[in-house]
Write a protein that binds this ligand. Structure first.
Ligand code: BGC
Length: 735
């Protein structure tokens, strides 16, 4: 075991670099390549991969092959079933001890995992709401706390590398992983991403992995890992800033995009990787996504064989390969170096970066044995996030809040299901397995009964993709109100590809049948993406977008539906009205052109930032201290917001900027700031914000960040469509 004095990333850097240089100088080629190799945990256990026989019992023969012979330096993932914290501790300690005893240099293994909404691959940890729900809270403090909680869960397991946060933009509603993103607005993604980063790394001992560099979330067809086309200015101005911000906040690893952007697969995008490492000065390491060297050959067809693909990816700047299950990468890369096709300097650079991260998180100091936090559950925090994330999209004719004595029938495929609340990446990858659910937690139907008792009944009604045989009149006829929980069953990656945003035919028929009964109805949407609900919007009185709210979602949604708590979530993306008009936020002038040559061609069902509550807020007109802005100065603006309704509430005050004329078609509004304020009934608060010239920057046709002098508008309000505005001019050379 190594003993070092300083492990903080910013202290003792030269001491660190000396230590690493010495270690690298002692390493053989095989040991270096081993450090660049990441294997799935199931490569080390008895039994098959992804089968019930996947026991998670470590196989000493396999450990000898991969950890001793190939010197593999990083292990990730789990098997089929989620181990408890105790089981994780045993597994990870056994792996670290094996490496100490059975490798020449005893370099600790970096254990990694996806923990994107809590430590969801640990059987006894709380499952938090997904990132999109976190984005809807507009409350970065909660995201920071969630990252802290997740980190302590992982450290207790002996896991020190989290494949989160996802910094992709929610720009393609068809994409099946949109729930893993925070928002469509780059500013919001950067804010939440840095909150996650600082929360996760605050107490040391954890590396996080920003993913997926870059543009993975915007496939043209909507299908996972299919080609993306991004205008160079959008890449620079919208997709990259969240990564840059999280790196500045201390993120030390990055995962590459498994798809391609403008024809270039993410794993061989030399220019982008060079930009990150050289222009931004990123000192950490870059890891491939799952089996992506193979995909360069078999899917993207940019390499003639695995070895050629390995050479291209490593030379482009990929430092570690998520192989995931065998020695193909090690064999290929070792041969490439021996043949001179990959210089040793590139290998040393990659290994130095990897060891630097291991050093920074304290692995050489034995933190691997740190059983930091044995409090596995963080239910009240998960509840608070679920509560603040639900978005009330419609509430008419007094449908909500529900009253305790009203007869409520709750129905639909998500009404009585923990899996429907947790979504994918929950205990299992797809999140559809019910075996690992904690049945002591409430589904929405169970939680509603807590308030309404015998007045609440649950009728299963429909599956996601098929109907149950029910008599609608008999099942629902006596209800005062009906709550229908629809959406989509958990799915992710290729498994989540769809051909249309419409709800399944079964759910469409189900909603048609329920709404034709003429009984006041509200729908609750549990879904990862905005499925089309337009046909029923006029005939239902209430709509709640619950996203995937996690294990505490039942209680949170019931509290909101019965008015025990107030809604405060706002849409982190645009809710589309039509299946074929999917342009979301932000949008340009030409997105607004319509068929009658007018400017009404941008008709979202609900705009970005939208969300109602049980109370009402009024915004006074915006006040700014100037109509001119000069270099080196800032504009100070404010708005007074008053709670004019009957209930205490939290309001997300949002402010946006508009460049009136620019050399690259400007977005109509860009989100540039937000603040969530708490207001008792009758109270007011004045929210202040400053606009520095930095905020006016845009990327011009030469891909350079500039400020183009001229007129701008700032808009402030409760969503992106209802803004109080102030016009000002930026003057570069005041007379
Ligand atoms: C996903 C990544 C994930 C990795 C490891 C890949 O298929 O795209 O987001 O981190 O698997 O589970």
């Amino acid at each position: 075991m190594y003993t070092l004095v300083s492990t903080h990333p910013l202290c003792g850097q030269s001491e660190r670099e000396v230590f690493i240089a010495k270690l690298v100088s002692q390493m053989t080629l095989e040991e270096k390549v081993g450090q660049m190799t990441n294997l799935g945990l199931t490569a080390l256990v008895e039994g098959g991969f992804w089968t019930d026989t996947d026991s998670l019992v470590l196989d000493h023969g396999l450990m000898a092959t991969y950890l001793s012979r190939y010197g593999v330096g990083s292990i990730q993932g789990k098997g089929v079933y989620p181990p408890t914290t105790g089981e994780w501790q045993q597994l990870t300690s056994a792996i670290q001890e094996f490496v100490q005893k059975n490798t020449r240099l005893g370099i600790p293994v970096l254990m990694g995992i996806d923990a994107i909404h809590g430590a969801h691959y640990t059987a006894d940890a709380t499952i938090f709401p997904h990132a999109l729900a976190c984005g809807a809270t507009y409350n970065p403090t909660l995201v920071k706390k969630m990252a802290q909680a997740t980190t302590s869960n992982l450290k207790a397991c002996g896991i020190h590398w989290n494949f989160a946060p996802v910094l992709d933009l929610a720009w393609q509603p068809l994409w099946g992983r949109i729930e893993e993103t925070y928002s469509a607005a780059p500013f919001a993604v950067a804010t939440m991403g840095t909150a996650f980063t600082s929360g996760a790394i605050n107490h040391g001992g954890m590396a996080i992995c920003l993913k997926h560099l870059a543009g993975y979330s915007f496939p043209y067809s909507g299908k996972d890992r299919s080609p993306t086309y991004i205008a160079p200015v959008d890449l620079e101005e919208s997709f990259l800033p969240p990564f840059k911000a999280a790196i500045a906040a201390g993120a030390q690893t990055i995962m590459l995009n498994s798809g391609s952007v403008n024809g270039i697969p993410g794993h061989i995008d030399k220019a982008l990787i060079r930009q990150v490492k050289e222009e931004w000065g990123f000192e950490g390491f870059i890891v491939s996504d799952w089996d992506d060297i193979t995909k360069l050959v078999e899917v993207h067809r940019v390499a003639k064989d695995y070895k050629d693909a390995t050479r291209q990816a490593v030379m482009a700047g990929m430092d570690m390969c998520m192989v995931p299950y065998d020695s193909t990468f090690s064999v290929a890369l070792t041969a490439l170096v021996r043949e001179g096709a990959v210089p040793m300097a590139r290998i040393d650079d990659a290994v130095t970066r990897i060891l630097r991260v291991k050093y920074n998180i304290g692995l050489f100091n034995g933190t691997v044995k740190d059983k930091a936090d044995m409090a596995h559950r963080h239910d009240s925090l998960a509840y608070q996030i679920a509560l603040e994330s639900a978005v009330l999209l419609k509430n008419e004719n007094g449908i909500l809040p529900l009253q305790p004595r009203e007869n409520i029938v709750i129905t639909g495929p998500g009404a009585h299901s923990i899996n429907a609340m947790n979504g994918p990446w929950s205990r299992t990858w797809k999140g559809t397995e019910t075996t690992y659910n904690d049945t002591s937690l409430s589904t929405i139907a169970e939680a509603l009964k807590h308030y309404g008792g015998a007045h609440v009944s649950f009728v299963p009604g429909a599956y996601y993709d098929s109907l149950r045989n029910i008599d609608f009149q008999r099942s629902f006829g006596s209800a005062d109100k009906i709550i229908v929980v629809v959406g989509e069953a958990p799915s992710t990656e290729k498994n989540s590809d769809i051909h249309s945003l419409h709800l399944s035919r079964a759910q469409q028929y189900f909603l048609d049948s329920i709404t034709s009964l003429g009984i006041p109805t509200a729908i609750v949407l549990l879904q990862g993406r905005p499925r089309i609900i337009t046909p029923w919007v006029a005939s239902i009185d209430g709509i709640v977008h619950g996203f995937y709210p996690g294990e505490m979602g039942g209680r949170a949604i019931a509290d909101l539906l019965y008015g025990q708590a107030n809604f405060s979530g706002k849409l982190p993306y645009t809710y589309p009205r039509h299946d074929g008009t999917l342009k979301g936020f932000p949008y340009r002038g030409s997105d607004m052109l319509d068929a009658s040559f007018g400017m009404d061609g941008y008709p979202p069902l609900f705009p970005f930032g939208y969300g109602l509550s049980y109370t009402t807020y009024t915004y006074d007109s915006i006040q700014c201290n100037n109509r001119q802005l000069y270099p080196g100065q800032s504009l100070l603006c404010s708005v007074k917001v008053t709670n004019t309704g009957p209930m205490p509430g939290k309001e997300v005050v949002q402010w946006y900027l508009q460049d009136e004329v620019a050399s690259v078609a400007p977005y109509i509004w860009r989100l540039e700031g937000f603040e969530k304020i708490t207001l008792p009934p009758g109270d007011s608060e004045t929210v202040y914000f400053t606009i520095s010239p930095e905020k006016l920057k845009m990327v011009n046709q030469d891909k350079v960040w500039v400020i183009e002098p001229g007129y701008f508008k700032v808009g402030v309000g409760p969503d992106s469509k209802s803004l109080r505005t102030h016009r000002f001019i930026y003057v570069e050379n005041p007379e």
